[in-house]
Write a protein that binds this ligand. Structure first.
Ligand code: PLP
Length: 308
């Protein structure tokens, strides 16, 4: 089965290495056709569901997961319905419709949109979860297979955490390549720091709400598997401000000519800011997770508002 995702470049970044004071390599997931790493896991899950006879894919994400499901459905010739809350941006809805998926706007927040999506699921429909599904993690893990196949071993992997699906996939990828001792630095923005708060409390914490502009990191609670990894794999949790994440996006746009969301800027901010979590590493791999829901103008407006 040919995967729906593409193999992405692994680049050494001179500008980020200079700023971080150590070698920084980038896994360019922003170059996946729908704009984020999510296609790796969602593509695999959609192919599996298609094999099992799914007649329609349903998603409740107004962000990159919904865009990836819409892309996968069009590639596989299977119709897609994405239920999004009233807060979903016109830009994001446009990207989903551009993939020929049906967009249903329902409810004030994701909770209501998701409940409606669940109620729509018919006998031949498959629901695609944005982060909590072992199939998804298996698909995400392929990005680490590509790094291993390139014959390059990082001292640490820096990645962003929303619901924790990317983290579960990367840890799975490290372990299936015999890199059980390669640590993960898990980055969130303040106000979307559900993993950091869970690690500090020693149990899975649910945030009362999301108070960050990094909307793709806006899961109020990380999945159980991601929290469990923090006890079984070397994981350091780091938190940056919205301003640092947005500033990193603008710097990255200049340095690498690629537009990414603040959700991705959070990881880049660690390198740009010479964060202490990187102190002991010589060769750092940053997962450039991407994100398609932001515009250059939107980033600059955020930057002005945050004084970044
Ligand atoms: C989904 C997403 C994340 C977070 O991934 P999780 O699997 O929810 O932890 C980070 N960055 C971008 C751009 C995303 O789309």
């Amino acid at each position: 089965m040919t995967p729906l995702h593409i193999e992405t470049p692994l680049l050494e970044s001179r500008p980020l290495s200079a700023r971080a004071g150590r070698g920084v390599w980038l896994k360019m997931e922003a170059l996946q056709p729908p704009g984020s790493f999510k296609l790796r896991g969602i593509g695999l899950a959609c192919q599996e569901q298609a094999k099992r006879g799914a007649g329609r894919f349903i998603s409740s994400s107004g962000g990159n997961a919904g865009i990836a499901v819409a892309y996968a459905g069009r590639q596989l010739g299977i119709p897609v319905t994405v239920v999004v809350p009233e807060t979903a941006s016109e830009h994001a809805k446009g990207l989903i419709r551009q993939e020929e998926a049906e967009v249903i706007v329902h409810g004030p927040s994701w909770q209501e949109a998701n409940a409606h999506a669940q109620a729509l699921i018919g006998e031949r429909d498959a629901f695609l979860h944005p982060f909590d599904d072992p199939l998804l993690w298996r698909g995400h893990a392929s990005m680490i297979d590509e790094v291993a196949a390139a014959g390059w071993r990082p001292d640490a992997v820096v990645l962003s955490v929303g619901g924790g699906g990317l983290m579960c996939g990367v840890v799975e990828g490290l372990r299936r390549n015999g890199w059980d001792d390669v640590p993960v630095v898990a980055v969130e923005t303040a106000g979307a720091d559900s993993l950091a708060q869970s690690v500090a409390a020693g149990r899975r914490v649910e945030l009362p709400g999301i108070a960050s502009v990094a909307t793709s990191l806006g899961a109020r609670r990380v999945c159980e598997a991601a929290f469990d990894w923090t006890a079984r794999h070397p994981v350091t949790s780091a938190v940056v401000s919205d301003g640092q994440a947005v500033r990193a996006c603008l710097d990255f746009l200049d340095d690498h000519r690629l537009l990414v969301e603040p959700a991705c800027g959070a990881s880049l901010a660690l390198a740009y800011g010479r964060h202490e979590a990187l102190q002991t590493f010589e060769r750092v791999l940053v997962i450039v997770c991407g994100g398609a829901t932001v515009t250059a103008e939107g980033l600059r407006a955020l930057s002005a508002r945050l004084g970044a």
